[in-house]
Design a protein around this ligand. Sequence first.
Ligand code: NAD
Ligand code: MG
Length: 383
Amino acid sequence: MKKQIAILGSTGSIGTQALQVIEEHPDLYEAYVLTANNRVELLIEQARKFQPEAVVIANEAKYGQLKEALADLPVKVYAGREALCQVVTDQQVDMVLTAMVGYAGLQPTMAAIKAHKPIALANKETLVVAGELINELAHVNRTPILPVDSEHSAVFQCLAGEGNNAIEKVILTASGGPFRTFSREQLAHVTKEQALKHPNWSMGSKITIDSASMMNKGFEVMEAKWLFGVKPEQIEVVVHPQSIVHSMVQFADGAIKAQLGMPDMRLPIQYAFSYPERKQASFPRIDWRQCNTLTFEEPDVDRFRNLALAYEALHRGGNMPCIVNAANEVAVEAFLHDQVGFLAMSDIIEQAMARMAFIAKPTYEDYVQTDRETRSITHELIH
Ligand code: NAD
Ligand code: MG
């Protein structure tokens, strides 16, 4: 029986790499659902190639074009946000890969968990915004959440075979991004073009900016807390510019296990699909003659204030991470439109954190409200 996979966000960086994994293993995996936000042309191309049961375009204005282009195929065509939540619950779906970007991932992920579909989680914002709620939901519905983010996949791989052995520390590696060695003065003048050039990974624009600002690592600290049940003080970030050690786990006896490999997201995607087994893969292997220096350094939270803000939000808990996420989404969008500078993003997020009302034990409705209000406050701060 082939595993039937629903890919939310199939036209993005993770989505297209997931389709490469499926293509490499036609005997094991099948794309059952493909979805996109706007890129209807690519979605059409993917649908013709992979012949899924259903496709969804979130932007309803593009429904007609999609429907017409696939009229000769037995593919069900839907549009809109509600449809995203519906398709993942289909009886035939064996796993849902959440590869869409941002807060938009929360609702469909919740729908998939409620329908008992194992989640291959790339959309880290879901855990940043509502980690506690998602964990409760996954627990009640006995739905596994398998990490796709390379750091968390590394930790997950290090934990294999460790049974109940306690984690002393999770050590997340960070490349440091394109501005690792920049001074504050230099950071004040960087452009979006510079920020969009990540040294080691080719990713969607939002996560690439988050990587340059280190907000991505802050989010990954939160993600690690919820995925592995560790306290914030048990999570350490280490800058490792080569991106070969994908992350590490330190145990009670001081032993550290690490997972290494070339920076290639297809490996963690495939591991989430095949877990607990490992399957053959054609991805590039490490050549130790080329890769002969691995270095590690401390992150600088004075230059990369987003990391400090993320830790603060994590310590305060409640709806604070949701506030940081929403303010960050708006700030990144503004940076990508040349409306704010690189360093201003941290100022904006900090101000949004100060202005929003704190809720210690948010419900789902509280998160929805917090997200909406934070976006509106952040827009005001920018304009
Ligand atoms: P991307 O921008 O390349 O792709 C995003 C996908 O989501 C697209 O298919 C897009 O159509 C869809 N989408 C965007 N907004 C949507 C909305 N409002 N509703 C429905 N669909 C929407 O992004 P990406 O780099 O593939 O990242 C996807 C997620 O995976 C992010 O949460 C990111 O943090 C995480 N992630 C990515 C990488 C990576 O290497 N790219 C690594 C680790 C984690
Ligand atoms: Mg990562």
